[in-house]
Design a protein around this ligand. Structure first.
Ligand SMILES: Nc1ncnc2c1ncn2[C@@H]1O[C@H](COP(=O)(O)OP(=O)(O)OP(=O)(O)O)[C@@H](O)[C@H]1O
Ligand SMILES: [Mg+2]
Length: 328
């Protein structure tokens, strides 16, 4: 891939939260630790991992809705964060290009604002469509399967699926290039999940959008992602194109996630032994030394308890962090 095809590059991104614990002490939550990856223009990069592994934090940190603790972020050739050189440009210009769709549509819409106010607010902030604001709002509502009659209603008057459509219209209003879709369908009825996914895919084709698509499990991201990144406890543990991830998962954690979902392909089901994850996800306040997965890994050896594995390119375009790849 040529360098200029990359829309977003993250290098050694870290996001820690300081939280107060007992007796006036503070602790550091290692929400994102040393994560490096890129997203190509026009692609969908799926991100999966268990609850609390840092998916939302990653999405918000690359938009600088959370200020990164350290690392570097490059968006379309511009450095939008670099802790080493203290580069932290104002994000106003980029806010328009980089948008987010939230997991819980009802919580992300202001209950006191009408639909047209919600969608119009984004236009006003960026001074867009001043003359034909009303037409633009109606056009956006139509685009997401709503209509003009909906524009003076309030969020609580809508179903979850319709609320998510409003959230999508708000994100689209400013003609973004890149959208973080943070589990956009997980709060919705199964029956309407596919409609929303199809709509997001159609929008991507129409407007050449680039997505970071966050989901809980691999079955959701399989069909929509070009590449998939698997996260575990603040770390990216594997990243590769979607097809290869399902056919040849290298990291034991990815393997366990894959065997947990029903796969219609009997060849693949046979080749993967069912691996049940042991124990609980450890705390992000005191992540385990060495490989963060070692306490739950069936293949852990002594080195895994001591040394953190490097996130390396094992095969062309196939990144993984495990000391024992090829040994099991
Ligand atoms: N604002 C915050 N302050 C302190 N800790 C936070 C904050 N946001 C997230 N965390 C912590 O950071 C870690 C990663 O959380 P995050 O919400 O990014 O996970 P997630 O993968 O999105 O989980 P889920 O699948 O449940 O949405 C968790 O330990 C969480 O408790
Ligand atoms: Mg989340």
């Amino acid at each position: 891939m040529p360098e200029d095809n990359k829309l977003l590059i993250c290098q050694n991104l870290v996001k820690h939260f300081t939280v107060s614990s007992s007796f006036n002490k503070t602790s550091e939550v290692h929400a994102i630790d040393d994560v490096s990856f890129y997203i190509n223009k026009g692609e969908t990069l799926g991100i999966v991992g268990e609850s609390g592994c840092g998916k939302t934090t990653l999405g918000r940190t690359i938009l600088r809705l959370h200020e990164p603790t350290s690392g570097k972020i490059i968006y379309d050739g511009d450095v939008i964060f670099d802790s080493e050189n203290n580069i932290k440009p104002d994000m106003y210009k980029y806010r328009r290009k980089m948008q987010i769709i939230f997991q819980d549509p009802s919580a992300s819409l202001d209950p006191r604002m009408t639909v047209s106010e919600i969608v119009g607010e984004a236009l006003d902030i960026h001074g867009l469509y001043k003359k034909n604001r009303r037409d633009r709002i109606n056009e956006l509502l139509r685009k997401v399967g709503l209509n003009e009659e909906h524009s003076n209603r309030y969020p609580h008057e809508f179903s979850g699926g319709q609320q998510q459509r409003i959230g999508i219209a708000r994100a689209l209003a400013v003609e973004p290039e890149f959208i973080v879709c943070d589990e956009p369908i997980s709060a919705l009825d199964v029956s309407i999940q596919a409609q929303i996914v199809n709509m997001l895919q159609d929008m991507q084709k129409d407007s050449s959008l680039t997505y970071l698509f966050i989901a809980h499990d691999l079955s959701v991201v399989k069909h929509i992602s070009n590449r998939i990144g698997v996260m575990y406890l603040g770390k990216m543990v594997e990243l590769v194109d979607a097809k290869r991830l399902y056919e040849n998962p290298l990291h034991p954690y990815t393997q366990s996630l894959l065997t947990a979902i029903p796969i219609p392909d009997p060849k693949l089901t046979r080749s993967l032994k069912r691996i049940k994850l042991q124990g609980e996800v450890p705390s992000a306040i005191n992540p385990p030394k060495g490989c963060r997965f070692h306490e739950r890994c069936l293949y852990a050896t002594d080195i895994c308890k001591e040394k953190e594995p490097e996130f390396r390119e094992v095969e062309s375009g196939h990144f993984a962090s495990c000391h024992n790849i090829g040994e099991f």
